[in-house]
Design a binder for this molecule. Structure first.
Ligand SMILES: NC(=O)C1=CN([C@@H]2O[C@H](COP(=O)(O)OP(=O)(O)OC[C@H]3O[C@@H](n4cnc5c(N)ncnc54)[C@H](O)[C@@H]3O)[C@@H](O)[C@H]2O)C=CC1
Ligand SMILES: O=C(O)CCCC(=O)C(=O)O
Length: 359
């Protein structure tokens, strides 16, 4: 008798702007996976974002958090818009969600396809996702010289240790996959610890020391460890992106590095992420709500499609993820149906259909 299909319940949080255009594409991708994978999906639509705030007074309704916690195996998050000036009571829902669900790692692979010209880029940024300046403990006071605003940058041993451990595990997993390939492109896994401890000796100093200790564990003996100050890291990642394997960084540096790295592979519309905790993951394209192209039907869905794959990987469905990566890469390598951010003319729908056709 055939094994029963695994059913995964997925929360869908489109948010604002092009989030509403790319998350439906993610859903259609899940619905279109071949039946041979023995996977089924059920979906629940959930609210979050600035429009939700304007409608209800909260950007992240309790119901969204409760349903994710109690009912869902995983989720997809589109993007949210932030008000351009401070609005009383508004706070970023994605930042809050990461903390509320303790999604402590933000994993952001940046990769060129086999058909790309130049040295292949295949790196992953493992970004701490719960603390640093994102604790958002800011205040402003008046002084005789005018206003002064300040923000807490919190770095803890616990969070630094678990993110470095996650980076080490990802480096080992990636090496295993490379070693199984016909031609391995790298002989040893590598983790680069990124920091600014030359200036921030206590906060980034603690991140660096703790990450170093975590990666000194016996099981990471085969991992090459390097350290790089974040500003020169930006320089090096642009000069020699093919050199890097896994980069582990505190929250803000990880965010900036990954958007920068997106430029190396052509577009923010290509780069996925997963917000991960043990046993649960939310796939999220790295880009924002892109108000400049909202409603035009031309948002590149590939960052979302790859985020679907990444979510599935963290839910233990590597075969399904591999199918998606292969279909997306084939679309990009053929280069006939590309969205305008990649120099093409295809709509979101046309790119999606082309990827689905290749599954
Ligand atoms: N995780 C999230 O929800 C994030 C939300 N934001 C929010 O998004 C809003 C816009 O922020 P921006 O700085 O403009 O960043 P953005 O990522 O929304 O857009 C930057 C540029 O990349 C383009 N782009 C982004 N995604 C694309 C896609 N899938 N296909 C084609 N082109 C794409 C946009 O058209 C724009 O020119 C802000 O309100 C910001 O707060 C920004 C980053 C992350
Ligand atoms: O605009 C927002 O609400 C949050 C933007 C968050 C972000 O860029 C990230 O940390 O990935």
């Amino acid at each position: 008798m055939a094994a029963a299909a695994r059913t995964l319940r997925i929360g869908l949080i489109p948010g604002d702007g092009i989030g509403r255009e790319v998350i439906p594409a993610g859903r259609r991708l899940l619905e279109s996976l071949p039946s041979s994978l023995n996977l089924k999906f059920s979906f629940v639509d959930l609210d979050a974002g600035f429009d939700t705030f304007k409608r209800t007074g909260t950007a992240l309704p309790d119901k969204t958090v409760e349903v994710l916690k109690k009912e869902c195996d995983g989720a997809l998050f589109g993007a949210v818009s932030s008000p351009t000036t401070k609005v009383a009571g508004y706070s970023s829902p994605i930042v809050a969600l990461r903390k509320k669900l303790d999604l402590y790692a933000n994993v952001r692979p940046v990769k060129t396809t086999a058909g790309s010209s130049g040295e292949p880029i295949d790196l992953v940024i493992v970004r701490e996702n719960t603390e640093d300046l994102y604790v958002k403990e800011e205040r402003t006071h008046d002084t005789p010289e005018g206003k002064v605003a300040e923000a807490i940058k919190r770095i803890s041993e616990r969070a630094s240790s678990r993110i470095a451990t996650m980076a080490g595990e990802i480096a080992l997993r990636r090496q295993k996959i490379r070693d199984a390939a016909p031609v391995s492109t790298r002989s040893k896994p590598m983790v680069t610890i990124t920091h600014k401890s030359n200036v921030l000796s206590q906060t980034d100093g603690l991140f660096r020391e703790t990450a170093r200790k975590a990666l000194a564990a016996e099981r990471f003996a085969s991992v090459v460890k390097e350290e790089q100050i974040v500003d020169s890291m930006v320089y090096k990642i642009f000069r020699q992106p093919e050199y890097y394997d896994v980069i582990v960084a505190p929250n803000l540096y990880g965010d900036i590095l990954s958007d920068g790295a997106a430029a190396l592979v052509g577009s923010l519309g290509l780069v996925p992420s997963a917000n991960v905790t043990d046993g649960f993951a939310i796939g999220e394209p790295c880009h924002g709500s892109a108000p400049d192209i909202e409603g035009k039907g031309i948002a590149n869905p590939i960052a979302t499609l790859r985020s679907v794959a990444l979510m599935l990987e963290f839910l233990g469905e590597e075969a399904a993820a591999a199918k998606i990566y292969t279909a997306v890469d084939a679309n990009l390598d053929e280069g006939k149906l590309l969205s305008p951010d990649l120099g093409g003319k295809a709509s979101t729908e046309e790119v999606l259909n082309d990827v689905l056709k290749r599954l």
